[in-house]
Design a protein around this ligand. Structure first.
Ligand SMILES: C[S@@+](CC[C@H](N)C(=O)[O-])C[C@H]1O[C@@H](n2cnc3c(N)ncnc32)[C@H](O)[C@@H]1O
Length: 227
């Protein structure tokens, strides 16, 4: 299928494809780091704050990925999350098809996923909220393309106790923000995603993570470009 889209550049900022974008947690961090973004999701995403295309992300990457400066992909994690495994999940595993599509573009990329998917990721870097000043642990794993290197920051000890899943968060505790968690306003503040609802928050990468990744990539390419 051919998508008729606005893959145009609004300025001099590098253009990033945010594949499997949901409500735009990853996107917001990349925008802060210095990218323009276009998000793609198979479902409508009226809360996505940037340019958006409704499409299958794997097909979209194959067809249009080469037009972007950088591609981020967050294939659905339900296939690998513990709660879904217990329920017997029927979600497709899109990590391998996504990687194949990304490699076909020749562009630099990063694929993100959850702990359950680590065996399918190639030497991923783990990010934790505690590394980036966020009061939740939410470990996420990032595989990078051969074009660049992401270094894992030092991982501070988890000192704050975690509130029980689905329960209000007592003072001094960190929330987990999964499933039908309570305290959406608190989660919005902690994660830095004031435009999201509960569905978006439980799926999202905190923008601080992708701000870190985007800055690391831009710093590296600018230094290499200047050499
Ligand atoms: C884990 S969420 C992404 C979270 C996002 N990176 C963020 O930080 O907010 C995965 C998203 O993939 C979407 N999705 C599932 N299958 C898809 C497909 N084949 N093509 C595009 N999007 C898809 C889902 O609708 C969901 O919004």
């Amino acid at each position: 299928m051919t998508h008729h889209l606005p893959i145009r550049r609004d300025g001099h900022r590098p253009l990033l494809l945010d594949a499997f974008c949901c409500q735009g947690g990853a996107a917001a961090g990349y925008v802060t780091a210095g990218f323009d973004v276009i998000g793609v999701d198979i479902n409508p995403q009226p809360r996505y704050p940037y340019r958006f295309v409704q499409a299958d992300a794997v097909a979209f990457i194959r067809e249009h990925g080469a037009a972007f400066d950088f591609i981020h992909a967050s294939p659905p994690c339900q296939h690998d999350s513990e709660c879904q495994r217990l329920r017997g999940n029927t979600h497709p595993d899109l990590i391998a098809p996504t990687r194949t599509a990304l490699e076909s573009t020749g562009r630099p990329w990063v694929v993100e996923n959850v702990a359950g998917a680590v065996p399918k990721l190639h030497t991923p870097v783990m990010l934790c909220g505690e590394m980036l000043g966020i009061e939740t642990y939410r470990h996420r794993y990032f595989e990078t393309s051969i074009h660049w290197t992401l270094t894992q920051p030092e991982h501070p000890a988890h000192v704050a106790p975690q509130a029980k899943m689905g329960r209000p968060i007592p003072p001094g505790h960190y929330g987990q923000f999964v499933g039908n968690f309570s305290g959406v306003d608190h989660a919005r503040r902690v994660m830095g995603v004031p435009w999201m609802n509960r569905d978006g928050i439980r799926e999202c990468i905190p923008p601080a993570y992708t701000q870190h990744i985007g800055k690391a990539y831009l710093t590296q390419t600018r230094v290499e470009g200047a050499a």
